[in-house]
Write a protein that binds this ligand. Structure first.
Ligand code: NAD
Length: 367
């Protein structure tokens, strides 16, 4: 099967970090025989500059066909005054919506060399490796009715938490499938003590488990207690599955356990395509970082680790994904740092390209 990949570097530091990923893709082609059919296109402000829209229809159609989309970042001050409908972020939202990417995967992995960047103690986070699966296309961010209304002489703001059984079912399955490739444990988080949608969530997750994933260890936790447990002893978790709102909060909490924005990858997965591979978008968690764009200072690791996720979840190359993650880990352990990872006064950071060079050298050494 050919591996097809659409690269959308986007704006700001997006093209800089993506340039390093492209070299790594080439490395896997040349040294591991992993051939990718790579195409590249515009998204965000870069697409607006050329097409007058943040994502052209042809790019959208291409994204629907490929095995995986890899996106850098979108946005920047140049586009801040644009109409809401053509802002760079709308390009990303269109991709997520039209590909129906309902499962957002946010790993929180703490590389030993960076454990001191965490706000928590080293022994709490060192070796941490958890995965938050957030439902991305439903829940309170989309439920109707919503709006600000007049009622008895004052305004009321209303949003509606709404989940159907099938929406819960499919994200639960995504979480159980992931757990089977990891530590085989899922913790589902909701507020079944105060919300009917939480009661339904718990029932459906349990039913999916009992019917099709009895081999995976399942526990349930109220989302507020989950937040506490993430800060108290995060290593108790393997996969956490939760709704859109709680997932938004809990994945940010988990992200900060690991220290730096420049290290955080993500994936958003949808339903399987005809060849069995899920629709998939991989992207770093960070934005376009206009404050450092064009200066060669950006840390490319988040984007490189997003490609590692693509290797594992779209291309079934778990061993090669691990090879790449271990190369990143080795480079960090050797003390190679971009500016965002510097702690010691007087030490010299490497550039974006320098970090790419070091990771490529570590990949060579892994053979
Ligand atoms: P940001 O993530 O771009 O930057 C926050 C801070 O982290 C900045 O100081 C930046 O220099 C630093 N940083 C981020 N990534 C880094 C990296 N790889 N290496 C080193 N340092 C890094 O967030 P922001 O400043 O709030 O937003 C800037 C622009 O990005 C805005 O236009 C925003 O809308 C957009 N944005 C896009 C995405 C996306 O494309 N998914 C996500 C968030 C923000």
């Amino acid at each position: 099967m050919t591996n097809t990949l659409l690269i959308l570097p986007g704006d700001g530091i997006g093209p800089e970090v993506m340039a390093e990923v492209t070299r790594i893709i080439d490395w896997f082609g040349a040294r591991r025989g992993l051939k990718f059919g790579v195409s590249e296109d515009l998204v965000g402000g870069a697409a607006y500059d050329v097409h007058g829209v943040p994502l052209a229809d042809a790019t959208m159609a291409r994204a629907q066909q490929v095995d995986a989309v890899l996106l850098g970042a979108v946005g920047g001050p140049k586009y801040d005054s644009l109409d809401f409908s053509v802002k760079p972020e709308r390009g990303l939202l269109r991709l997520r919506k039209e590909m129906d990417l309902f499962a957002n995967l946010r790993p929180a992995q703490c590389f030993d060399a960076l454990a001191d960047f965490s706000s928590l103690k080293r022994d709490v986070v060192s070796g941490l490796d958890i995965m938050i699966v957030r439902e991305l296309t439903s829940g309170v961010y989309f439920g109707e009715p919503r709006g600000i209304f007049e009622e008895n002489g004052q305004r009321v703001g209303i949003n509606t938490q709404r989940y159907t059984e099938s929406e819960i079912d499919r994200v639960a399955r995504a979480a159980f499938e992931l757990a089977r490739k990891r530590g085989n444990k899922v913790c589902s988080m909701e507020k079944a003590n105060v919300m009917e949608s939480g009661i339904l969530w718990r029932e459906v997750v349990q039913a999916v488990h009992d019917a099709d994933y009895p081999d995976v260890e399942l526990s349930h936790m109220y989302a507020d207690a989950g937040g506490m447990q993430l800060c108290r002893w995060p290593k108790q978790f393997d996969v956490i599955v939760t709704d859109n709102l709680f997932g938004d909060l809990l994945s940010d909490v988990a992200a900060m356990l690991t220290g730096s924005l420049g290290m955080l990858p993500s994936a958003s997965l949808g339903a399987p395509r005809a060849n069995g591979r899920p629709k998939a978008l991989y992207e770093p968690v960070h934005g376009s970082a206009p404050d450092i764009a064009g200066q060669g200072k950006a840390n490319p690791c988040a984007c490189i680790l997003s490609f590692a996720m693509a290797l594992r979840y779209s291309f079934d190359q778990g061993d090669e994904a691990t090879r790449l993650e271990q190369a990143v880990e080795k480079v960090l352990a050797d003390g190679v740092r971009t500016a965002d990872l510097m702690q010691a006064e007087g030490a010299t950071p490497v550039s974006t390209r320098g970090m790419g060079d070091a990771i490529l050298a570590a990949l060579d050494a892994s053979l």
